[in-house]
Each structure stands twice: as C-alpha cells, then as structure tokens.
Ligand binder design. Structure first.
Ligand SMILES: [Zn+2]
Length: 214
C-alpha cells in the first residue's frame, strides 16, 4: 500500500537514460498506482554516440525505454542541448524549466543528486532547485559512479515487477550496452543493497532536497 499523495511527477533527465537509471523503478511503481509521470531529457547526446549507430539513436531508445516504463508518449519531452555544454546554457535551461513548471505543475520532481560530478547533471540539479523550490517536493536520484557521496534519505519500496520494468527499459538502450550500470545484475544488486538498509527486498533511494507537506 502506497503512502504518498503525488498526482503529477516530473522526471528531469540531463541526458536520455539518466532518469531511467536513477529512478526507473520509481517511475514504474508510480505509474502502476495511477500517477501521471512526465519525463524530460535535455540532450540526446548526438556528439557521443558509439560508432555504428545513427546520431539520433538515443531519441528512439528513450522513446522505447519510457514506453516500457509506462510513460505516455505525450508526456515525453526531448530537448536538443548539446552534451557537455549545459553550463553555457544555464539561463535557457532555467527558462525551459519555468515553462515546464507552469504547464505541468508537478507536486514531485526527480533530479540528479546535489553531489553529482557531471557538469550537465550539476546544471540540471541547480537550475531545477531554482525553478521548482517554491512549488514542488524535490528528490535527487542516485548515480553511484557520478556521486562523490550520497545521502539515502528517501527509500521507495519496489516489487519484482518494478525492477524488471527498469531492467527491460534499460535493455532498450542498445547503443549503451557496454556500460556496467545498464546490466541486469548491477540494477538488481544496487536495489537489493538499498532495500537491505530498511528491510525491503528492493528499493531505490533518493536525496531529499525539498519537502512540501499539504
Ligand atoms: Zn547523463
């Protein structure tokens, strides 16, 4: 039985795949409970696609991955910022977020952790805090290989079905197959580890950055 009251959740993903990696289980669980989930990716990383794939492959893979998680096609928004240039586009990114807030009015947003070392992830974290701090509860999601440290404040209990949806969604990223964290064993092991902190079989954890209580 779920103990939250979120109706509209917005996932802010610097690059296609970051949101599924950090919160794929949560997305699957929230959707199974009837929550409206929106997913925004700010870049499809056309400048860092492995040889042999088309430059826009990540857009297609992201459409498929988010479909597997249950996100409606009309709730998927893809922007075209170039990978690793977000610090040069802070104001445009903030403007996009302010518009998203007006349009979607999310009660919860999921963003990269405050301790993420990737420059694009840092921009999404900082600008999202500016755009949403007065209107939404904010959780930071976990990318262990990018996080210098990570505070496990929020534990979201996940069932096998949510973990399998996350595994299947990440399998849609054929172009990223070589990365460890797309691997089923890795996804299950991390969720199992996080679950063990609170006696859940599986969990995803989040840093609590803002909590609005109605
Ligand atoms: Zn990323």
């Amino acid at each position: 039985m779920s103990q939250h009251c979120y109706k509209r959740i917005l996932v802010l993903s610097p690059h296609t795949d970051d949101g599924e990696i950090g919160a794929g289980g949560a997305i699957a669980k929230f959707i199974s409970e009837g929550v409206e989930v929106y997913y925004v990716a700010f870049s499809s990383c056309e400048d860092s696609i492995p040889v042999g794939f088309s430059k826009d492959i990540l857009k297609f893979e992201c459409k498929e991955a988010t479909r597997i998680l249950g996100i409606k096609p009309e709730n998927l928004i893809l922007f075209d910022y170039e990978v690793r240039t977000f610090p040069e586009h802070r104001q445009e990114i903030l403007d996009d977020m302010v518009k998203l807030n007006k349009r979607i009015n999310p009660d919860l947003i999921l963003i990269p952790s405050s301790n993420d070392t990737h420059q694009d992830h840092q921009v999404i974290n900082r600008e999202a805090l500016r755009a949403f701090k007065k209107t939404s509860t904010i959780w930071g999601y976990e990318h262990p290989w990018n996080n210098l440290t990570f505070t496990t404040d929020v534990f979201l209990k996940l069932d096998d079905i949510h973990i399998m949806k996350k595994v299947n969604a990440l399998e849609a990223y054929n172009s990223q197959d070589y990365r460890t964290y797309f691997d089923e064993y890795y996804i299950k092991a991390l969720s199992y580890t996080r679950g063990s902190q609170v006696d859940f079989k599986y969990a995803e954890t989040f840093e609590l950055l803002r909590l609005l209580v109605l």
